[in-house]
Design a protein. Sequence first.
Length: 145
Amino acid sequence: MEALKPMRYLIFLMLLFFSISLNSANAKTDYRCGVRLIFDSDGSGSVANYILSLQVKNTTGRAINGVSVIYKDQKNNVIGNTFLNCSINAQDVKPGSYGECIRTLQRVDGAYINSFGVKKWTEIVNTQLKALNSIQYCEALGFSY
């Protein structure tokens, strides 16, 4: 019986280590993310797309095609949440690699120019950019495979 004590102690330490490792691997972490303003055009004229992007490292054993995030400002105040698409050009983020995940948060199209005029359209674009530029961090809640 005395010979089993060291073995029990060793098993206890291994379980403790495994438990701590598992909890730290699943800990929620804030990653830097941000909004880019990308201009485009459609049938009604100029389009301003506000695109939220996040770089992810796939530490899972499966390809990632999406990530659910809460996006926050500089002071970690929650601004909103969304699902980012990681299948850019039909390519998922493969295990062990990095990839970009994106989502268009807002789109201001040429119909606004026709309705309000160029000056008001420019004002709307700049106001939205200022508001969305406050996004600084994304907390990854989970992945889609």
